[in-house]
Design a protein around this ligand. Structure first.
Ligand SMILES: Nc1ncnc2c1ncn2[C@@H]1O[C@H](COP(=O)(O)OP(=O)(O)OP(=O)(O)O)[C@@H](O)[C@H]1O
Ligand SMILES: [Mg+2]
Length: 286
């Protein structure tokens, strides 16, 4: 019996499934029989050294790059055999924040956010501007920022503006490529908080590439470590911290890795202390 191309959405537990994916650029092998799954509703991070193929993997998930072989299913749909119309419909269901921003320099921020709404909805211009203003607010930017051009924004503002555009169509799936790279600690903490808020608000699945260890410990549900062309480990940070693959060990046992782990443990202990303090006594005196 032929495999159906897509399943009803409520039957799809894995929103992304990659099987035996191979990617080469000339002689350079980037992915070799890579398998990966992302579950509905989770915050899933991809980590790995520079050049390990993280951004390429993300570009394959969003159909900007085709692997040389292997299969990819997104939201239950095999992306190898889509009609042009199916492809357009599928693309509307995710938002992307690219590693280098990816906003159009010739458009102001509001028009950048409005662009996907003009392309994919029948909303009139007034409503589109209202939606764009709301996405700006949601991303922590002042309404006036909408009238500025990308080159006029600070690094942190640019990241937030890219986030606002990624959110334009209320995506089920949000892809973020290094959203905190190049930001100072307070700017990075602001983006971390924003990702958490968006996840709580929309319950969307978030796939994020990041080197930010605090974020990995404090925000993600599961993390995949890329190395040697494959996913060499996947699990919660606590699970990964016990795996003994040398690349994973290097990640956790370096000074930054140890510091982030200690901070995460301290946070868990202080949360537990707060929960105990706030708990109603289980006994009552009559
Ligand atoms: N279009 C391309 N043409 C040729 N080589 C490419 C292309 N895109 C990526 N590569 C190569 O593929 C490898 C993986 O690149 P990729 O950008 O996916 O790495 P990354 O893990 O995202 O790295 P970083 O952490 O530095 O962002 C690199 O060696 C890169 O040079
Ligand atoms: Mg990259």
């Amino acid at each position: 019996m032929a495999t159906p191309l897509s399943l009803p959405d409520d039957k799809v537990k894995n929103v992304i499934e990659m099987r035996k994916v191979c990617t080469r650029f000339g002689d350079h092998v980037v992915h070799e029989n890579l398998d990966l799954e992302v579950r509905r509703g989770e915050i899933f991070a991809i980590v790995g050294g520079s050049g390990s193929g993280k951004s390429t993997l993300l570009r394959e998930m969003i159909m900007l790059h085709r692997p040389d072989s292997g299969s990819i299913k997104i939201l239950g749909t095999d992306i190898a055999a889509l009609s042009a119309e199916e492809e357009i419909n599928l693309r509307q269901r995710w938002g992307v924040m690219f590693q280098h921003g990816g906003l159009f320099g010739t458009l102001n921020v509001r028009d950048n956010i409005a662009l996907p709404l003009h392309e994919h909805t029948d909303l009139d211009a007034t409503l589109i501007n209202e939606v764009a203003a709301w996405k700006l607010t949601l991303s922590g930017l002042a309404p006036e920022t909408g009238l500025q051009f990308p080159t006029e924004l600070s690094g942190g503002m640019l990241k937030r503006a890219s986030m606002a555009r990624a959110l334009a169509l209320d995506p089920e799936l949000l892809f973020l490529d290094e959203p905190t790279a190049g930001l100072d600690p307070s700017g990075a903490a602001g983006i971390d908080a924003l990702v958490r808020t968006l996840h709580d608000l929309y319950q969307s699945t978030i796939v994020i590439i990041t080197h930010d260890l605090d974020f990995l410990w404090q925000v993600t549900d599961r993390v995949a470590v890329l190395g040697e062309g494959k996913v060499i480990g996947v699990g919660s940070m606590t699970e990964l911290s016990t795996m003994d693959h040398p690349i994973i060990r290097e990640y956790f046992d370096g000074p930054r890795g140890r510091a982030a782990h200690e901070q995460a443990q301290e946070n868990i202990q202080s949360q537990t202390r707060t929960q105990i303090q706030n708990k109603e006594p289980t006994w009552t005196q009559k």
